[in-house]
Design a protein around this ligand. Structure first.
Ligand code: BTN
Length: 269
């Protein structure tokens, strides 16, 4: 079990993590943080849960968080000064913070665009950013981070689209979840002021999985095959097609996987 006092003694970090709301079990930490935000909670409020019964993944998918075996956290961010076009980068910011935290454990993490953290080629963590707007005014953002830490937190094979792994298995040791949470929060705080900056985009590109490899991008109606070039400052994926043309794919409605894993029938554009 997480020791809440130990966690609290390491917070706040870089203005994040205070207050800390620790829950043994909750539907979704993102939903809980959203409720707190609507009740006026402050920037930096952190929600951590030992179990999620209705954990949310991207595109309406379920996120598996059985008790005492994972990291499930949500940070409330009030970001009035951040330009609208870098809001999409927040997902990457979460992924960079997670890969850097895991790297301290001695293993390199990669970011599978847009939001998966991969260890040894398998998914170990995911990020879900949800915003609340009044007209075109951003009220607040919830940055949700889920990390598989113990083997029990790895979802069953039939429930996942890409193979999953946990940090303990990848590292070959038992990970201290307190340290992991604190390092992630610290990473978020470190990168927030640099969101959308050249160094941010450079770091993201350095950590991007499948760079210069042939990949399949899944759109609702079709699949596009191309060579992955990188991401631009708005978080769009740059893809070079067989025709030589380079296109940009916007955030949110695509999936990515190496051509040799699946989708051999993908349309060659
Ligand atoms: C994904 O890869 O599909 C995103 C997964 C995000 C999961 C985290 S766990 C903490 C936070 N609360 C949620 O309900 N979801 C996010």
């Amino acid at each position: 079990m997480l020791d809440i006092e130990r966690l609290r003694s390491g917070l706040p970090i870089r203005g994040l993590g205070e207050p800390l709301h620790f829950l043994k079990s909750i539907g979704s930490t993102n939903d809980h943080a959203m409720k707190l935000a609507r009740d006026g909670a402050l920037h930096g409020t952190l929600v951590v849960a030992e179990e999620q019964t209705e954990g949310k993944g991207r595109a309406g998918r379920h996120w598996f968080t059985p008790p005492n075996s994972a990291v499930a956290l949500s940070l409330l961010l009030r970001l009035e000064e951040i330009p609208i076009d870098v809001i999409g980068d927040l997902t990457a910011l979460g992924a960079i913070a997670v890969t850097e935290a895991i790297e301290m454990l001695g293993i390199e993490g990669k970011i599978k665009w847009p939001n998966d953290v991969m260890l040894l080629g398998k998914k170990a963590a995911g990020i879900l950013v949800e915003g609340s707007w009044i007209g075109d005014q951003l009220e607040h953002v919830i940055l949700g981070i889920g990390i598989n830490v113990r083997p029990e937190s790895v979802p069953p094979k039939e429930k996942v689209e890409i193979p999953a792994i946990c940090v303990d298995t990848a590292v070959g040791a038992r990970t201290d979840r307190h340290d992991l949470i604190l390092h992630v929060v610290e990473g978020v705080g470190k990168w927030l002021p640099k969101l959308g900056s050249p160094v941010f985009v450079h770091t993201w590109n350095q950590r991007l999985a499948y760079q210069d490899e042939l990949v399949v991008v899944k759109l609702p109606e079709e699949e596009i095959v191309g060579k992955l070039r990188g991401v631009d400052v708005g978080g769009r994926l740059q893809l070079t097609l067989k025709t030589g043309e380079t296109i940009e794919v916007a955030f949110g409605d695509v999936q990515l996987r190496p051509v040799d894993m699946k989708s051999k029938s993908a349309k060659l554009v």
